[in-house]
Design a protein around this ligand. Structure first.
Ligand SMILES: *Cc1c(COP(=O)(O)O)cnc(C)c1O
Length: 433
């Protein structure tokens, strides 16, 4: 490293090191869990400048904590973003991401119709209470995003490798529509993680995460993240007065002017996190930092196992169809080649011959796969949406949501792939007997 040029380190190196240096007082090599609510001020002037956002530092853990900050820096780094705020869950991340953009009742945004089910519910029912309206469109048809634009539209929101239907979107085209409309493109990158896909490389402006899933990676810590690219021009857009006009709660400070390319991050922390309060626990930040240290190793194995299992299922006599974009038969192959060269994720659905009863039999027969409602764990997970997460819907609604009676969803873990195939094969035989 004697080279004079600053070295740009590889993804794997940054996954292990970014944001975390040895603790200077004790030399502790791991990031300590700063289990404290508050931080002592040097004097009254120091306190005043912290409260006025004139100096960086810690006041109260609802707004910031050193363990959480290490995680924020690591995630911002891996996404190639300028700033990041971590929060208590993926849903909290979505709430805060929009809270910083929406001016008030009557504002709208466009969302992909193929999203995590909980996101559709959040956008449709709970956001309505804030007066925010989500207009849903088909993500496979970028022109629908353009057609849905209105003067009140403040953002476009999509998922890549949508959970659970694995829709791959043409990110560059959708980013171009957002750019022309001078509104940010928000991408929920939970399913890919920056190991598989970096939305900022393709024109996105904001990335949200449920760190609960592959980032933490072991099914043991809830969390969310909001990352800013630093490239969206709030001033030129003219559509975001809360970014460009003086904030009365901070003595007339203007987030865009004062903080420039991390103004959105500062606003999300200093207003959203301060007033709505979904703070990430320091312990969960620690667990997520530890998880990310193996992100690249785990993701490589997740996609390798998922590819092998999808190919196995596609040939299985008890299986009607497999919706994995990594399969040669997938209509998403051209988009996968362009956007997902490292693999098409590890969460996907397939259909069992024999419908509802067969689906139930499969989830009840498997032994290595855990029957539960989560994804992105080291362990392999399985669920039959029609009898669980989507059981409140009519059969017609279930089919529309990609959760028809025959659908089984897998989140393929990092166990020995032969054992996973053995387990699925046994369950499929039982279901078709
Ligand atoms: C789980 C999930 C969320 C919600 O995250 P939580 O941490 O459960 O609040 C959002 N988007 C996607 C794609 C998810 O899988």
């Amino acid at each position: 490293m004697s080279d004079d040029k600053p070295r740009s380190f590889g993804f794997e190196t940054r996954a292990v090191h970014a944001g975390a240096t040895p603790e200077p007082v004790t030399g502790a090599r791991n990031t300590p869990i700063f289990q404290t609510n508050a931080y002592v001020f040097d004097d009254v002037d120091h306190a005043a400048s912290l409260f006025n956002l004139q100096t960086f530092g810690y006041i109260y853990t609802r707004i910031g904590n050193p363990t959480v900050a290490a995680l924020e820096e690591r995630i911002a780094n891996l996404e190639g973003g300028r700033g990041c705020v971590c929060v208590s869950s993926g849903h909290a991340a979505q709430l805060l991401a929009f809270f910083s953009l929406m001016d008030g009742p009557g504002d709208e945004f466009i969302a992909s119709r193929n999203l995590y089910g909980g996101s559709i519910t959040q956008f449709t029912h709970s956001f309505k209470k804030f007066g925010w309206k989500a207009n849903f469109v088909d993500p496979r048809k970028p022109e629908e995003f353009e057609a849905a634009l209105t003067p009140k539209c403040k953002a476009i929101f999509v998922e890549n490798l949508a959970n659970p239907s694995s829709v791959v979107v043409d990110m560059e085209r959708i980013a171009e529509i957002a750019r022309k409309a001078r509104i940010p493109l928000i991408v929920d990158n939970t399913m890919c993680t920056p190991y598989l896909f970096r939305p900022f490389d393709w024109g996105a402006d904001i990335v949200t995460h449920s760190t609960t899933k592959f980032f933490a990676g072991h099914g043991h810590a809830m969390g969310g993240a909001i990352v800013e690219s630093g490239r969206f021009d709030w001033g030129k857009s003219g559509k975001f007065p809360s970014m460009t006009q003086p904030d009365p709660a901070y003595h007339g400070l203007t987030f865009n002017e004062t903080f420039g390319d991390f103004g959105y991050t500062m606003k999300t922390r200093a207003v959203g996190l301060r007033d709505l309060g979904p703070t990430m626990a320091p312990m969960n930040a620690f667990l997520t930092i530890t998880g990310i240290e193996t992100l690249h190793v785990r993701m490589a194995r997740h996609v390798e196992n998922a590819q092998a299992i999808a190919e196995f299922l596609e040939k299985h006599p008890a299986v009607a169809w497999v919706s994995y974009p990594g399969l040669k038969s997938s209509p998403y192959q051209p988009l996968v080649k362009k956007y997902l060269p490292r693999g098409a994720g590890s969460v996907f659905t397939f259909g069992v011959k024999g419908g509802y009863a067969a689906g139930v039999k499969v989830v009840e027969t498997v032994e290595l796969f855990s029957h539960l409602a989560n994804i992105g764990d080291t362990r392999s997970l399985i669920i039959h949406p029609a009898s669980t997460t989507h059981r409140q819907l009519t059969e017609e609604q279930q089919i529309k949501a990609g959760a028809g009676p025959d659908v089984v969803r897998l989140s393929v873990g990092i166990e020995s792939v032969d054992d996973l195939i053995f387990d699925l094969d046994r369950a499929l035989r039982a279901a078709s007997a």
